[in-house]
Design a protein around this ligand. Structure first.
Ligand SMILES: Cc1ncc(C[n+]2csc(CCOP(=O)(O)OP(=O)(O)O)c2C)c(N)n1
Ligand SMILES: [Mg+2]
Length: 899
């Protein structure tokens, strides 16, 4: 871990704050000053470190703090100077500010229904513009491109810049938040799904940009280490709101970035001191709080608090009086200062110390008002970015102090309500124009007219020159990798297609074999990214540790305890497995990074993220939604799935609904396979579609840990497996007919039920393997819609009605999921349909006991089928009673949802 800056937490005060020996104190301080003067700050730091060490040996306890004073980290004399033309940059920024505001105002003139935000971008503009003008590379022949995670609700700023760059028209700006009624309307926030050539990273669900940016930076190191993509010199930049840091997803993974020394990562926290309702830390200071958090996590911290106009005052502050007032003031006060005026700041800030009041007596109220904040000062921001991009060995966070609603005056600047302001008064608009010197007539101001300087103006030339020098426009998204990878034939998985004979295996084992075969494939193998959240042994994947290695930037600095064994725990700089530890949010972030690599890096990668199904959608649903928005491609494997199949683990582990949750994601293809050949066929099809055809879909498969025999793949089953159902076992019995549907492990119960029905009751039961109720529903809805809208055409038939319509009798389904899952196809089932399912909380017991409890076992399936035949008038009720007794079913057992 790189050495951290440490400073004494207090200036030698005793516990009650008084100085016991002022002379001694000043001698020590003078000695320190002398060291700094003669040998420099590094020597001073080393000496202090030794002194602190000695003191701690003597039992003082912790005395160092991770905080530095409430001033800029980079002193003025060390600042890199902003190159180019600062005046032109200011003018450009002002124009972009105006247009960003105008588009929100114009959208809301028609109706306030559309919404939008003004204040956030106004606080960020300088932080963005310095990046655009000097740092952010677009992908080009000589640079792979930087990756910028823009703040979601500041999108008007991005659109306003794209307008100046000629990428968007006025008409498009006027289509902000109108994506249906206007064909080229602009999405509210960054959504690759909605603007696939523009936005790269969905960030608006707060916290998601933060965590996914960390795992993106880590994935770039992984790609580099594995010689797949040259990511050297590329940076990930993420803009984080100071309110957003309260999300666990924001701060929860900063330790990974520090630990793995992700020096390709730069975060900029826009400390505008406000969130939606009010101050972020009214009674404290968010910048100071974050400084110690990040430094503790091994980050390089650069504070950009004060603008250049403060430099002379700070230089003059040899007695520390100004610093003390700065330190003593809390964010709630800092917010209020900037919502008032210079006279107020004089009285309430400088007025805290009469000596300071004297010191600023020569300044007018106007001059005091113009004392600027670091994050709004292009010179200070440039210096910080300059240092950040050159920093090696640690990620960097820039803590930039700004003002929310900057420039909005009485309509928003520093106001509690500014976050949601979508309108500005006419006076405030005029003041905005004057403050930013915009060449607009009163009439144009009133109309919130867009403004673009002539093409040959110095501003426009500068804008183009800067972006040309940096490779073009940003953000920009690549829709497809240039080359698709060749997908081998299904033969690659041939050993999964022929049945297991006497051996009993689980679908999890079948998956691991499929994965192992893929990893060995010459073309695809290198592109596979196995991702596990500390669960490899659970799924029997430990064999892969040795085979392909666990990625670690540090290799393996120890001899593993199991080094003598064949499958030892092998960490490796070139390792292929991402062993994430216990973080499902982190793992899905890696999934997104790998699953969008075709777009972000132009190289398709194939993530296989396997986890306890209960800790999937339920735990990180919002990230899965973002994976869909990002057009991620890859496989999510919900391991040990099912409410009665993962039987011993009880209520929090037993998943009876992840399929229902996944059914809501439009581009997910979700399957609940029962047999190893189904697993192989589905994965092969996924590869064909995602890797071969480059379709923007991703797959969810549930896998089970129950061992049983797997038959050979029936002739011609492939199409049905992929569409969602196929007839697995037609009945040979002559008698009343029923159709039994099953999925996952419960298909075995359904097969057993068919035998019971045939043997005990002479009922002919056909058995269907339903691999995806969700896919069946999707197709059914599509057909239904087509039929509704084409009333005079021959109606089409859904796959479900076509398949079941060709057989006779009522239909019964049983699965290890809640009834909603199998109920999805109800309207296309011809005739009667009864669904059994595991509604209710899980609990621990033997599988057979749980399946009886949830009323999904073979006996319940048989009883349900008989009951349906009664309702059809085919058999007598007594036959059902007979079955209830024969199978020892308790008709008075409690309803599973109530116990
Ligand atoms: C997960 C989530 N929760 C809540 C919101 C609603 N929301 C959008 S912006 C915002 C306030 C953001 O404050 P901050 O992070 O400080 O950003 P600022 O606008 O001040 O730059 C809130 C609550 C959201 N977008 N995502
Ligand atoms: Mg904020």
């Amino acid at each position: 871990m790189a050495e951290r800056v440490e400073a004494l937490s207090s200036n030698g005060a005793s516990s009650n704050g008084s100085d016991l020996d002022a002379v001694e104190t000043s001698e020590w301080l003078e000695a320190l000053d002398a060291v700094v003067a003669h040998d420099g700050p590094d020597r001073a730091r080393e000496l202090l470190r030794r002194v602190v060490e000695r003191a701690q040996h003597a039992g003082t306890g912790p005395i160092a703090s991770l905080n530095t004073s409430y001033v800029n980290t980079i002193p003025p004399e060390r600042e890199a100077k902003l190159p180019g033309d600062p005046a032109v940059e200011r003018r450009l920024r002002s124009i972009i500010r105006w247009n960003a505001m105008a588009m929100v105002i114009r959208a809301n003139k028609a109706s306030s229904e559309l919404g939008g935000h003004i204040a956030s971008y106004q606080s960020l503009a300088t932080l963005y513009e310095v990046g655009f003008n000097h740092f952010w590379h677009a992908p080009s022949a000589d640079h792979g491109g930087d990756l910028v995670y823009f703040q979601g609700h500041s999108s008007p700023g991005n659109y306003a810049r794209a307008y100046l760059e000629g990428r968007l028209t006025e008409e498009q700006l006027d289509g902000f938040r109108q994506e249906v009624s206007r064909p080229r309307g602009l999405s509210s926030y960054p959504h690759p799904w909605l603007m696939p050539d523009f936005w790269q990273f969905p960030t608006v669900s707060l916290g998601l940009g933060a965590i996914t940016s960390i795992y993106q930076a880590r994935f770039m190191k992984y790609l580099q280490a594995r010689d797949l993509v040259d990511t050297e010199g590329r940076k990930v930049w993420a803009f984080i709101g100071d309110g957003e840091v309260d999300e666990p997803e924001t701060m929860g993974s900063i330790g990974l970035a520090g630990r793995e020394r992700l020096d390709d990562l730069i975060w900029v926290v826009n400390a505008n001191l406000q969130r939606l309702d009010g101050p972020v830390r009214g009674n404290g200071k968010i910048i100071q709080e974050l400084e110690s958090d990040f430094r503790g996590a091994g980050w390089n911290v650069i504070k950009v608090i004060w603008g250049s106009r403060w430099d002379p005052l700070l230089a003059e502050d040899t007695d520390g009086r100004l610093l003390k007032v700065m330190e003593d003031s809390v964010d709630g006060e800092y917010q209020t200062y900037k919502s008032r005026d210079g006279a107020y700041v004089r009285e309430h800030f400088f007025g805290k110390d009469p000596v300071l009041l004297e010191r600023v007596a020569h300044m007018s109220d106007e001059e005091i008002w113009l004392l600027n904040r670091g994050g709004l000062d292009q010179q200070k921001v440039y210096a910080a970015y300059h240092e950040a991009v050159d920093h090696r060995g640690e990620p960097t966070v820039i803590l930039a102090k700004t003002i929310k609603g900057y420039g909005m005056g009485a309509s928003g600047e520093g106001q509690m309500v500014t976050h949601q302001a979508k309108k500005m008064t006419e006076d405030a608009l005029m003041a905005f124009r004057d403050r930013f010197d915009l060449p607009l007539t009163d009439e144009q101001v009133r109309n919130a007219a867009y403004y673009r300087p002539p093409d040959d103006s110095p501003e426009m030339r500068y804008l183009r020159e800067r972006r040309d020098a940096l490779g073009g426009s940003l953000p920009v998204r690549r829709r497809r990798a240039e080359h698709s990878l060749p997908v081998p034939s299904l033969e690659l998985f041939s050993s999964q297609l022929t049945g297991t004979d006497d051996r009993e295996i689980s679908t999890t084992m079948a998956f691991v074999r499929v994965l192992a075969a893929l990893l060995r494939d010459k073309q695809l193998g290198r592109h596979v990214v196995p991702i596990v959240p500390d669960e490899s042994r659970t799924f029997g994947m430990e064999g892969l540790f040795r085979q392909v290695g666990i990625y670690s930037p540090f290799g393996q600095r120890y001899q593993p305890q199991d080094s003598e064994q064949l499958m030892f725990y092998k960490e490796d700089e070139h390792g292929q497995i991402l062993e994430e530890g216990i973080t499902e949010a982190g793992s899905i972030s890696s999934f997104i990074a790998a699953g969008t690599s075709y777009s972000v890096h132009g190289v398709p990668m194939i993530p296989f993220y396997i986890y306890y199904s209960m800790f999937g959608y339920q735990r990180v649903g919002d990230l899965i939604w973002a994976a869909g928005d990002s057009r991620s491609r890859g496989f999510l494997l919900g391991g040990t799935a099912g409410r009665t199949t993962l039987n011993g683990e009880g209520l929090q582990h037993e998943d009876g609904h992840s399929h229902v949750l996944f059914s809501v994601v439009p581009n997910v293809r979700a399957y609940d396979p029962a047999f190893n050949y189904e697993v192989a066929v589905i994965i092969h099809e996924g590869l064909r579609r995602m890797v071969g055809e480059q379709e923007d879909v991703f797959y969810y498969l549930t896998l089970m840990n129950e061992n049983y025999h797997h038959p050979a793949m029936p002739e011609g089953a492939q199409d049905g497996i992929l569409r969602g159902m196929y007839l697995l076992r037609p009945s040979a019995v002559d008698g009343p007919h029923v159709q039994l549907l099953g999925s996952g492990t419960i298909l075995n119960e359904v097969l057993a039920a068919a035998s019971l029905l045939e043997e005990d009751f002479g009922v002919a039961a056909d058995v269907w393997s339903v691999t995806s109720f969700t896919e069946l529903r999707r197709e059914g809805l599509e057909i239904e819609r087509w039929n509704m809208l084409h009333p005079e055409s021959e109606p089409r038939r859904s796959y479900v009605s076509e398949q079941l319509g060709a057989r006779e009798g009522p239909v019964v389904a049983s699965t290890d999921y809640i009834r909603t899952f199998a109920d999805q196809i109800r309207q296309w089932v011809p005739g009667r349909y009864r669904v059994l399912g595991t509604d209710g909380y899980g609990r621990s017991d033997f599988r057979s006991a749980l399946r009886r409890f949830f009323e999904i076992d073979r006996h319940y399936v048989a009883v349900a089928a008989l009951r349906e035949l009664v309702d059809e008038g085919v058999i007598e009720p007594a036959r059902v009673q007979e079955a209830i007794e024969r199978y020892e079913i308790d008709p008075e057992a409690p309803l599973p949802t109530t116990v």
